[in-house]
Design a protein around this ligand. Structure first.
Ligand SMILES: Nc1ncnc2c1ncn2[C@@H]1O[C@H](COP(=O)(O)OP(=O)(O)OP(=O)(O)O)[C@@H](O)[C@H]1O
Length: 246
């Protein structure tokens, strides 16, 4: 197992994905370092979810390679090491929060006590006996996130995990992401929200299936002479459009 520990958590080379007859990712290269929070940002439809799906091994790819924790994406060895939370809450509405989490824990062979731990981490410890159908949208998405934390995966792939959450909860979740990264775990988090980008260790900025930048927020701001990541992103978009002669 030793050699699995070296290198980035995710290495993408020449990734090509075609969806609905359209080249959604024409040839992407990127890396996600271990033990960090990497934000994936870009306009709606630019290919963020498609990239995340390729990382967890559920996307049909037309070319290139995706290595995850030293293994090919989707490798059975990664089943317990990688967790994925999609935009749609993936929990049973007619079960309680506790029943949902115990069910996933049993599937993963997660240790006893893990259910209470993850419920506490997402601030749902008081709701363990509530049926999911009685929860708000934000609470439901936190149940999905709690399920992803079961068994302590090394890589968490989160597709817009803070949609529908109020600012206090969003801040709490970002603190949780950084605590997890501090434990050596890797988080790859997509977002639409630019103030969340400021909280990432590193950013992948995408446009039309291509990477515009791969850098720390501070470095991006300095490089573009802007005060916020949002302005940096807009500056990079303008340069890209000018460069493309459009
Ligand atoms: N099931 C599908 N079949 C065909 N094309 C698809 C399918 N899902 C997505 N696409 C197309 O692939 C492109 C990238 O979609 P993707 O969902 O990866 O974007 P995104 O950046 O995650 O968008 P958003 O931020 O709105 O979730 C879009 O042009 C979309 O229309």
């Amino acid at each position: 197992m030793m050699n699995y520990e070296r290198g980035p958590a995710v290495r993408v080379r020449g990734l090509r994905v075609v969806r609905g007859g359209r080249e959604v990712l024409p040839g992407l290269d990127l890396e996600v370092p271990r033990g960090s929070v990497t934000g994936l940002l870009g306009p709606s439809g630019c290919g963020k979810s498609t990239l995340l799906r390729a990382v967890v091994g559920v996307q049909l790819v037309a070319g290139g390679t995706v290595q995850v924790l030293g293994r090919p994406a989707g490798d059975p060895d990664l089943r317990r090491r990688v967790a994925y939370v999609t935009q749609a809450p993936s929990v049973y509405p007619d079960l309680t929060v506790g029943e949902n989490l115990r069910y996933v824990a049993a599937l993963l062979g997660a240790p006893a006590g893990d259910v209470e731990r993850v419920a506490g981490e997402v601030g749902l410890d008081a709701r363990l006996d509530d049926r999911v159908q009685r929860l708000s949208g934000g609470q439901r998405s936190r149940v999905s996130l709690a399920a992803a934390l079961l068994g302590a995966p090394e890589l968490l792939v989160l597709d817009e995990p803070t949609v529908g959450l109020d600012p206090v909860l969003r801040r709490e979740l970002w603190s949780l992401f950084h605590r997890l990264a501090g434990q050596g775990r890797t988080l790859l988090v997509s977002s639409h929200v630019m103030d969340e980008a400021e909280r990432c260790d590193r950013l992948l900025l995408m446009r039309d299936g291509r990477l515009l930048a791969e850098d720390a927020p501070g470095a991006l701001r300095r490089r573009t002479g802007t005060a916020t990541v949002e302005d940096a992103f807009l500056a990079l978009l303008e340069r890209d459009l000018a460069g493309a002669g459009r």
